[in-house]
Write a protein that binds this ligand. Sequence first.
Ligand code: S3P
Length: 173
Amino acid sequence: MNVYLVGMMGSGKSSTGQALASLLDLRFVDVDREIQKSESAAVAEIFEKKGEPYFREAESRELERVSRESGQVVATGGGVVLKESNIRVMRRTGKIVYLKTSVDWLVSRLAHDTERPLLKGEDLEVRLGKLARQRASYYDKAGDFVFVTDGKTPEAVAVEISASGLLNEKNKS
Ligand code: S3P
C-alpha cells in the first residue's frame, strides 16, 4: 500500500509528503526527482530540450516503476492526473490524497519559483488560475481523500492526513 499525493504545483505535495512519511514511518519518494535522476536532467531542461509529451512519458514510466514497491508516501507532479492510466496505477497500488489549495495560496507559494516550466511567461496568477480551472475536475475525480492546505504548514497537513485513518479505509470503487 502506498499513499499518493496529488494536487497543483505549490500545493505542498513534497514537503507534506516528507512530513507524512516520517509520521507514518514509511519511505518518501518524489516522482519528479525520480524522473530527474533517470533522465540526468532537471524538469525544466527536459521540457525545454525534449518537450512536454516526452516528459509525460517519463513521468508515467517512473510512476509505474515506483508503484511496484509498497510502503511509500509518493509525491507526484501536478500533471500526473491528466492521464487516466496514471490514476489507475495509483488506485491499484494505494490511496490517492488530493491536496487542495486555492489559487491565492498557490500564487503566494510560487511567487519566486524559477524551476517550473509551465509557469513561465504569463502573469503567475492568470496562469495558475487557468491551470487550476482546467485541472479541477481531474483532481476531484482522482482523489480518494481531499485535504485543504490553505494557510497550513506541511506538518499540520501531514498530521491531519495521518489522523484521518485513511490507511484503514477501503478504496472507492
Ligand atoms: C507539473 C508540475 C511539476 C512538474 C512539471 C509539470 C504540472 O511538479 O512535474 O513541472 O504539470 O503541474 P510539481 O507539482 O511538484 O511542481
